[in-house]
Design a protein around this ligand. Structure first.
Ligand SMILES: *[C@@H]1O[C@H](CO)[C@@H](O)[C@H](O)[C@H]1NC(C)=O
Ligand SMILES: *[C@@H]1O[C@H](CO)[C@@H](O)[C@H](O)[C@H]1NC(C)=O
Ligand SMILES: *[C@@H]1O[C@H](CO)[C@@H](O)[C@H](O)[C@H]1NC(C)=O
Ligand SMILES: *[C@@H]1O[C@H](CO)[C@@H](O)[C@H](O)[C@H]1NC(C)=O
Ligand SMILES: *[C@@H]1O[C@H](CO)[C@@H](O)[C@H](O)[C@H]1NC(C)=O
Ligand SMILES: *[C@@H]1O[C@H](CO)[C@@H](O)[C@H](O)[C@H]1NC(C)=O
Length: 526
């Protein structure tokens, strides 16, 4: 009988849909930086599915992965510490190319021979790297390994396919040998698979990685460009340097969407405008503002707005999907809650596996991560509604048909009601108006820093770093600061100092405040 067939069909439909929806997990991963003063115990792990402990390094003679001794304790306790608030969070260990090479890559400077470049050249140097990475991850209780390599050049990328093949094979065989579940395997990749004649081996990436983290930020930097630019825009009608363009390139090269996690920067950039009245994207700028390279963590941007905003409000621009804060000649673009929500809706719509935060330590009271967790998935809600409604509709039709045929001998046809369900389409965007009359803010001067730190007096001294002493201080409006002064006698040069600065935004935390005042005055650098 026809009605029986319809019933069987509708139940099959229910099960196939349930199977499909439970198989999909929405990844919310984030980097934490060992050596920051943001304790891993303070991470709200409930807001994440995967937390990545950064960074393990590679020995330049043995090519073995190791944890710098000063971070050993932080790495060994990380997996158990993050599981306290969320027992199901998955801890990963991330490996990078060291501070110097990573700093140079971020600035776009040519990278001197790097340890990863030497390691990747030969199978005999890849093996100790791979084997030691697995051993080290297991030793400390990590359930996955991540490679954070900014940025391999074309020579490196011609070998990276082989590295990933061998690495994944070793990961699989180690799992079999040890009867444990396989370590998760991820890697950070550029927002676009081919840039400046450099192309990623997409086949190897999709075959070997569980997924890749799209580094979808740092597109325009105030140290490099004398024009304001969006550093992490989703769209731009007049430029291809956007996340949407890069993602489409990846998908166009047959990278599966569900093997990509969208990078969410928890930092922004500050430009100093040449003309405070010209605040457009592409307006002339004289360079970075407020910090040495213009980078600023979200938490610091929020406190900057409070301390120096004089009531001006951030603006959300849904054309680019970016937030701006403009006051006087200070022009900041960053991701606030509106931007984060819009990017997550976008990532879900494109079928990505999830998102990746860089870095969790820059959030402000978890405002961004809470906003990220709060984005409802319209697509799966709709799917759930279909899963529930469709079988009910089928059953009703079957029942109605049976009833109709039974009664058709007695009654004439009666017209039924047709109901329409309209699913709402809530917009997540909104924009605020900028207070155009905001007064010009004062730039930090050397004299102000002298005043704030009691002329670098011992009383204000917090400690001594590799480059020189670090002082605490207080600005006139009450903001607490830390000032790092590069001592004239420091054996470490400006180059190392620049590398540290390049990483500042990404490594910012409570006591490592923005590097203030970039000028190198005689032998005094601070
Ligand atoms: C890292 O480990 C050191 C040494 O045990 C500890 O003092 C410090 O608080 C840890 N840092 C963080 C951010 O957890
Ligand atoms: C290798 O690492 C050691 C210790 O970090 C360092 O002193 C040395 O300069 C490095 N060698 C090269 C060739 O980079
Ligand atoms: C890539 O970088 C390595 C050093 O890290 C260098 O030896 C090699 O020549 C570079 N290749 C290209 C094409 O620039
Ligand atoms: C797993 O065991 C096989 C056979 O004993 C060995 O060849 C292989 O190297 C082992 N793999 C790892 C990663 O230890
Ligand atoms: C963007 O890229 C496409 C295809 O590569 C090209 O045709 C187009 O001219 C580019 N647009 C801009 C604004 O650069
Ligand atoms: C975003 O900014 C651009 C450039 O200033 C402007 O043309 C566009 O109208 C803005 N979009 C919104 C939604 O405000």
């Amino acid at each position: 009988m026809a009605s029986k067939n319809i019933l069987v069909f509708s139940f099959t439909f229910i099960f196939s849909q349930f199977h499909y929806s439970t198989a999909q997990i929405w990844v919310r991963s984030g980097y934490w930086l060992a050596g920051s003063d943001f304790p891993a115990a303070d991470i709200n792990s409930a807001l994440f599915t995967h937390l990545i402990c950064a960074f393990a390094e590679v020995d330049n003679s043995t090519y073995q992965v190791f944890i710098p001794s000063s971070y050993a304790q932080n790495f060994s306790v990380f997996p158990s510490v993050v599981k306290r608030k969320n027992p199901s969070v998955i801890p990963l260990m991330s490996i990078w190319n060291g501070q110097a090479s990573t700093g140079q890559s971020i600035r776009g400077d040519p990278v001197n021979p790097s340890v990863l470049s030497s390691m990747i050249e030969q199978p005999s140097t890849r093996k100790p790297f791979i084997d030691s990475s697995i051993k080290l991850a297991r030793l400390h209780g990590f359930l996955g390994i991540d490679l954070f390599w900014l940025w391999p050049n074309s020579t490196d990328l011609s070998n990276i396919g082989a590295l990933l093949d061998e690495w994944r094979a070793a990961i699989s065989s180690e799992a079999t040998n040890s009867s444990q579940s396989e370590l998760i395997f991820t890697m950070a990749v550029r927002y676009s698979p081919s840039l400046q004649s450099v192309s990623y081996p997409v086949d190897s990436i999709k075959k070997n990685l569980y997924w890749a983290h799209l580094v979808a930020y740092d597109y325009h930097l105030p140290l490099k460009e004398k024009f304001t630019g969006n550093h992490a825009a989703l769209y731009n009608p007049s430029s291809n340097i956007t996340t949407d363009f890069g993602l489409k390139q990846w998908l166009g090269m047959r990278m599966p969407a569900n093997k990509l996690a969208l990078g969410l920067p928890y930092h922004g950039y500050v430009w100093t405008l040449v003309n405070p009245k010209d605040t457009s994207v592409g307006a002339p700028a004289s360079g970075p503002g407020t910090t040495l390279d213009g980078s600023m963590g979200y938490r610091f941007i929020k406190s900057f707005i409070q301390n120096y905003g004089y009531g001006a409000k951030p603006v959300y621009n849904s054309t680019y999907v970016v937030n701006y804060f403009i006051v006087g000649s200070t022009w900041i673009n960053y991701d606030d809650v509106e931007t984060v929500r819009a990017k997550i809706s976008y990532a879900k719509e494109k079928g990505l596996i999830g998102t990746n935060v860089f870095a969790v330590i820059n959030d402000d009271n978890w405002a961004l991560s809470l906003a990220a967790a709060g984005v409802t998935d319209h697509k799966s809600k709709r799917k759930l509604l279909l899963i529930i409604l469709l079988p009910i509709a089928f059953i009703l039709i079957v029942v109605a048909t049976v009833v109709f045929y039974r009664r058709s001998s007695l009654f004439k046809t009666k017209k039924g009601d047709a109901g329409t369900i309209i699913l709402g389409n809530r917009t997540l965007s909104g924009s605020e108006n900028l207070d155009g009359n905001a007064p010009t803010i004062q730039a930090f001067s050397f004299a102000q820093i002298q005043a704030a730190t009691g002329n670098f007096s011992n009383e204000f001294k917090l400690g001594e770093g590799g480059y020189g002493p670090v002082y605490k201080g207080k600005l006139p409006r009450g903001q607490e600061i830390a000032v790092k002064r590069l001592s004239a006698s420091s054996t470490q040069g400006l180059e190392e100092f620049k590398n540290e600065v390049s990483l500042t935004a990404r490594l910012q935390h409570v006591n490592l405040v923005q590097v203030l005042d970039s000028a190198v005055r005689g032998m005094k650098r601070c």
